[in-house]
Design a protein around this ligand. Structure first.
Ligand SMILES: [Zn+2]
Length: 69
């Protein structure tokens, strides 16, 4: 009986890409594109879920060569 309520209110469940939230493309399920599939895969492989990879961004781009006088 409560199934009626669900059927009535819930729209069609459109699966969304967990990476970018776009509509999933059949060929790349559960992602929207190969790129997002790769992103997800590399996240797991690279352990990004465990270690935030943002902090290393700083420090490597700058060199102190200019400081030498
Ligand atoms: Zn995507």
């Amino acid at each position: 009986m409560s199934d009626d309520l669900i059927d009535d209110k819930a729209p069609i469940r459109a699966p969304l890409c967990p990476i970018c939230r776009k509509l999933v493309v059949k060929d790349y399920r559960p992602f929207c594109s190969k790129r997002c599939a790769d992103v997800d895969l590399s996240r797991w492989l690279g352990g990004v879920y465990a270690i935030p990879a943002r902090e290393e961004d700083e420090g490597d781009g700058r060199r102190t060569d200019d400081d030498l006088t």
